[in-house]
Design a protein around this ligand. Sequence first.
Ligand code: URA
Length: 272
Amino acid sequence: MTLDAAPDLAELIAWYAEMGVTEALDETPHNHFTEPQPAQSRAAQRPASLKAVPSPAAARPNAAAGTAPDEATLSARALAREARTLDELKEALSRFEGCALKATAKNLVFCDGNPEGRVMMVGEAPGADEDRIGLPFVGRSGQLLDRMLAAIGLNRKEHVYIANLLPWRPPGNRTPTPQEVAICLPFIQRQIELADPDILVCIGGPSAQGLLGLSGILASRGKWMDYETGTRRIRAVATLHPAYLLRQPLQKRLAWRDLRALKAALEGSATP
Ligand code: URA
């Protein structure tokens, strides 16, 4: 490799990482379009270290690719229902093999903040930073979220409990499929029930749709509604995702409106 090639290579690797290609399987590149690949000799051509490794779907009999989603969803519901505490729920999730995202994620991203906080915020899914560290909203979006909370006198250490609709990162930060959402939904619903916040804030479209049944986040944000946790009815609202606000800074004024309403609701000075 020449030095001139290095910046291109760095860009290529960054692009691969962005697309979710984070593991090197072999040291030698293969052009699979030109190499003849007789079906029965493919296994023999794999590097020795990979020969015994089954595909993620095969390794996890319940994984989405391998079984009907209903089965995984039913199993998720049963496991979530059995969990009596947030710790038990996290443990149940770490044992759950029904979502194929687990196979590509580095970490389970369960929660951050204070489970006793009056506000629970639920985002979409972990990104690369969250996946690496194992905590939600620690990347650029998370930093903006922290600044937004600080603007209304809240912080995640004391006042806010944070989780995601999906606890595993979709490869390349792609939007979760409806099937992945359906499979993981019982866990986040149970997490909300066990955390038992006074107010639920759904961050971004997928969270608003998955938990509140809202579609079109720009039209539905800021509208207060009831959310049935399973044991009680709490107030809930959807707001814009900080990742969107980083791309569309002018829309921060809408998020600011939602934050002011959240503050007023917490202070009991408004009945949203
Ligand atoms: N975006 C999310 O929705 N959740 C995270 O944890 C990080 C980014």
